[in-house]
Design a protein around this ligand. Structure first.
Ligand code: C2E
Ligand code: MG
Ligand code: MG
Length: 688
C-alpha cells in the first residue's frame, strides 16, 4: 500500500499550514517586488542623470575646448557661472588631454579634484555621488575630459517614497493573503474536514450505512473522492453483511443438523455435559434415548435419498411434539436420533416412568401417517435408553450405552425399547469385533461357498443351494445365521452379496462347461438390502454376461422381508429378472409376514417351505398342516415347492405324499465344498 508522507509542518493542521504558506508567499512576493522596483528605479535614475550630464557636455563642449586651448581666466569664470546654473551638479572638473586640471568647480566652494577612475560616458555611483566623465572634442579630435559629480539626493528621496509605499502595502498584502487562505480553505480544507468527520462517525458508530453528503451540482475532485468513498463504504457494508451471514451459517452448521435443524452431535455432547453437571450436583437423574427408525434404509435405498430426507424432516417435526422444549433433540446422521431429557427427576424410578410415557407417545406419533412422494408410511423405531448419572457420567459413554441398548431392541424384533444393562456391552463389543473382522474377511480369502444339493425323492441331484461360509484364520467357522445380520446392519452385505454372486456364477459356469444337466439349478441367496439396491438388476445382468452362464440355471432366493416396502418397485425388478431367465424363489416361506395378496402379485417360480415346519411335522400336528397347506397353495399358484431341512425319512414321506417334489436336507446331503459337489455331480458315486 502506498502512503503519502508529508513530514514538514505535519504537526500543524492543514488550515494553519495554509495560512503560513499564504503569509510566506505574500512576504516573498512583496520582497521580490521591492527588490525589483528598487533596482528599476536606480537604473531609470542613472539613465536620466546620464542623459542630463551628456546634455551639459554637449551644450558646453565648444567652451570646454576653447578654455583648454586658451586657458583664459575670464572664460573659466564664465564656465563656472554656467555650471552653477545646474543645481544637481555638485562638482565639475575640466582637464586637458595630458590630464592637467584646467578648471575646477565645487558647489560648496571647497576645492575639488576628481580622484575617481572613470570610464568615459558611463555613470559610476560612489557613496552618495554619481560620477560621470565626458570626452571633450575639437574638430573631431579629443582635446581633454570633463568629469561631473551630481548629488544622489533626489534619488534617495525617491527611494524613501518607495519604501514608504512598500511598508504600507505589506499589511494590506498580508491581510489579502489571510483572506485568500480562508478562501482556499473553503475549497480544499473544509470538504476534507467533512470527509474526516464522516469517517470518524463511521468508525465510532461502526455504522457503514452512513454516507458522505455530496451535492449533485458539486463536480469537484472532492465530490468524486466522496463518491468513491461512498461506494467503498457500500462494499464494506455488503462484505460485512456477508461475513455476518456466513458466520451465522458456520455457527448453525457447527451446532445444528443441516437437514432437520435439530441439534447435532456437538451441541448434544455440550448439553449432556451441562445436564450431567447439574444432575451430579443436585443428585438428580435423567435419561438419554437413542432412536433408530426401523427399515429406514430400505426406504432410502429403494425410494432415493430425496424421499429419505423428506421423511427424516417429518420425523424431526414429530419428535418435537413428543418431547418438551427443555429436552435436547439431536440427529446424529442417517435415521439416528438422540434425545436428552432436560427435565431431571428425583429418582431413577421416576426417570424410567418418564421414559415409558415418552415411548407411548413416540409409538403413537410414529404410527401416524407419513406421506412421502405421494405414498404413505407408518413408522416404527427401536429405542435404546440409558440413565445418568447412575449408568455413567461421561457423555460419550452414555451415548455408547444408549446405542448398545438400541441394538438390543433391534435384535429383539424392532419396534420396541430397551434400557441399557451392563451385560449388553459384552454382546455389543463382540458384534463390533465381528463387524471389523468381517470387513477384513472380504480381502483375506476367509469367505467360501458351500453347496447343498437339492434332490428328488430318490435322491437324484436337481440342483444346489450356494451357502456362505466364513472360515476365520484362527480355525473357527462362523455360521451365516450369525454374521449375515451384522453384515446387513452395517451395509457390508452389499460387497459380500456381490462376492457371493460372482463366485456362484463362476462355479456354475465351470459346471456348465463340465456338462452338468441342462435343467440343473443353482440357488443363490439374496438379502433384501442387496435386492433393494438401485443397481441390483444391472449388477446381476453384468455378472451373468461376464460369467457366460445361462440365467435359466439360476434361482434367486429372496425372503419375505423383501415385500415390506415398495411392492411395485419390487415387482418390476422381479419381472425384469424373470424376463432375463432367472427363477425367483421365496425362501423360508411362512416365517415372515408377507400377505397372500402380495404373494400373488410377485412373479415367483418357487416356494421354499421353511425348515421350522419340516423339523417337527411328525410330532407337531399344526406344523404338518402348515407344511401341507404351503405345498397345496404353491400348487394352486402354479409354483414349484422345495422343502428344506429334511432330516428324516418320515419327513420325506410326508412331504412327497402331499405333492412336494424337491428336497434339501441332511437326510440327503449336508452343505459341502465345491470340490466334493464336483465329485457328486461327475464322479461315479451312486446314491439311492
Ligand atoms: P437358508 O437360505 O434357509 O438356508 C438353509 C439353511 O438351512 C442353511 O443354513 C443350511 O445349512 C441349513 N440346512 C439345510 N438342511 C438342513 C437340515 O437338514 N437340518 C438343519 N438343521 N439345517 C439344514 P446355513 O448355511 O447356516 O445358512 C443360514 C442362512 O444364512 C440361510 O438360510 C440364508 O438365509 C443365510 N445365507 C447363507 N448363505 C447366504 C448368502 O450367500 N447370502 C445371503 N444373503 N444369505 C445367506
Ligand atoms: Mg436359502
Ligand atoms: Mg431357508
Amino acid at each position: 500500500m502506498s502512503q503519502l508522507k508529508i513530514t514538514k509542518f505535519s504537526h500543524l493542521s492543514v488550515r494553519y499550514q495554509f495560512v503560513i504558506m499564504m503569509m510566506v508567499l505574500a512576504s516573498a512576493l512583496i520582497s521580490f517586488y521591492s527588490a525589483v522596483t528598487y533596482y528599476n528605479e536606480k537604473i531609470i535614475y542613472a539613465e536620466e542623470s546620464t542623459d542630463e550630464l551628456k546634455r551639459i557636455s554637449q551644450v558646453l563642449e565648444s567652451e570646454y575646448s576653447a578654455l583648454i586651448k586658451s586657458s583664459l581666466p575670464s572664460a573659466g569664470m564664465e564656465l563656472i557661472r554656467k555650471w552653477k546654473l545646474f543645481p544637481v551638479l555638485e562638482h565639475a572638473e575640466l582637464k586637458d588631454i595630458a590630464g592637467k586640471s584646467i578648471l575646477n568647480y565645487s558647489k560648496s566652494g571647497a576645492p575639488y579634484h576628481n580622484t575617481q577612475v572613470l570610464e568615459p560616458n558611463t555613470l559610476k555611483i560612489v557613496d552618495d555621488l554619481f560620477f560621470y566623465e565626458g570626452i571633450v572634442k575639437s574638430q573631431g579630435q579629443k582635446v581633454g575630459t570633463v568629469s561631473y559629480a551630481i548629488s544622489s539626493k533626489n534619488y534617495e528621496e525617491l527611494l524613501a517614497n518607495l519604501t514608504q509605499l512598500i511598508i504600507i502595502s505589506i499589511p494590506i498584502a498580508l491581510t489579502f493573503a489571510i483572506f485568500l487562505s480562508f478562501w482556499l480553505q473553503s475549497i480544499f480544507v473544509f470538504p476534507l474536514q467533512r470527509l474526516i468527520t464522516t469517517i470518524k462517525d463511521i468508525a465510532q458508530a461502526e455504522d457503514y450505512s452512513i454516507k458522505v453528503a455530496i451535492e449533485s451540482s458539486d463536480k469537484s475532485e472532492f465530490a468524486v473522492l466522496g463518491q468513491h468513498f461512498n461506494s467503498l463504504l457500500q462494499r464494506i457494508s455488503k462484505t460485512l453483511k456477508e461475513i455476518e451471514k456466513s458466520n451465522a451459517n458456520a455457527q448453525e452448521l457447527a451446532y445444528y443438523d443441516e437437514l432437520t435443524g435439530l441439534a447435532n452431535r456437538r451441541l448434544l455432547i455440550e448439553h449432556i455435559e451441562y445436564i450431567l453437571d447439574i444432575a451430579k450436583r443436585e443428585k438428580r437423574h435423567g435419561a438419554l434415548l437413542f432412536i433408530d427408525l426401523d427399515n429406514f434404509k430400505t426406504l432410502n435405498d429403494s425410494r432415493g435419498h430425496a424421499a429419505g430426507d423428506d421423511l427424516l424432516k417429518q420425523v424431526a417435526e414429530s419428535l418435537k411434539r413428543v418431547f418438551r422444549s427443555a429436552d435436547t433433540i439431536a440427529r446424529l446422521g442417517g435415521d439416528e436420533f438422540v434425545i436428552l431429557s432436560g427435565h431431571l427427576e428425583d429418582s431413577e424410578e421416576d426417570v424410567i416412568n418418564q421414559v415409558h410415557s415418552f415411548m407411548l407417545r413416540l409409538k403413537h406419533v410414529l404410527g401416524e401417517k407419513f406421506v412421502v412422494q405421494g405414498e404413505s408410511y407408518h413408522l416404527t423405531a427401536s429405542v435404546g435408553i440409558t440413565t445418568f448419572p447412575g449408568m455413567a457420567d461421561i457423555p460419550e459413554v452414555l451415548m455408547k450405552q444408549a446405542d448398545t441398548a438400541m441394538y438390543r431392541a433391534k435384535e429383539a424384533g424392532r419396534d420396541g425399547y430397551r434400557f441399557y444393562q451392563p451385560e449388553m456391552q459384552a454382546v455389543a463389543d463382540a458384534r463390533l469385533k465381528m463387524e471389523t473382522d468381517l470387513r477384513l474377511s472380504l480381502n483375506s480369502d476367509e469367505l467360501d461357498l458351500f453347496y447343498q444339493p437339492q434332490v428328488d425323492e430318490f435322491g437324484r441331484i436337481l440342483g444346489a443351494e450356494a451357502l456362505l461360509r466364513w472360515f476365520k484364520k484362527d480355525g473357527t467357522v462362523i455360521s451365516p445365521g450369525d454374521f449375515i445380520p451384522v453384515a446387513e446392519m452395517t451395509g457390508l452385505i452389499l460387497p459380500i452379496g456381490e462376492w457371493v454372486m460372482k463366485k456362484a456364477f463362476e462355479q456354475l459356469s465351470k459346471w456348465e462347461k463340465e456338462g452338468v444337466a441342462a435343467d440343473f439349478r443353482l440357488s443363490i441367496n439374496i438379502s433384501p438390502y442387496q435386492f433393494h439396491q438401485e443397481t441390483f438388476v444391472e449388477l446381476t445382468k453384468k455378472m451373468l454376461n461376464e460369467s457366460g452362464v445361462s440365467a435359466h440355471n439360476v434361482t434367486l432366493e429372496v425372503t419375505e422381508g423383501i415385500t415390506i416396502r415398495d411392492i411395485s418397485a419390487t415387482i418390476s425388478k422381479m419381472e425384469i429378472l424373470t424376463r432375463l431367465g432367472f427363477k425367483i424363489s421365496m425362501d423360508d416361506f411362512g416365517t415372515g409376514y408377507s400377505s397372500l395378496a402380495y404373494l400373488k402379485k410377485l412373479p415367483l417360480s418357487e416356494l421354499k417351505v421353511d425348515q421350522s415346519f419340516v423339523r417337527d411335522l411328525h410330532i407337531d400336528k399344526s406344523d404338518a398342516e402348515i407344511a401341507a397347506t404351503i405345498i397345496a397353495m404353491a400348487k394352486n399358484l402354479n409354483l414349484d415347492v422345495v422343502a428344506e431341512g429334511v432330516e428324516e425319512e418320515s419327513q420325506l414321506t410326508f412331504l412327497s405324499r402331499h405333492g412336494c417334489l424337491v428336497f434339501q436336507g441332511y437326510y440327503f446331503y449336508k452343505p459341502m465344498p465345491a470340490k466334493d459337489f464336483d465329485k457328486l455331480l461327475f464322479g461315479n458315486v451312486v446314491v439311492l
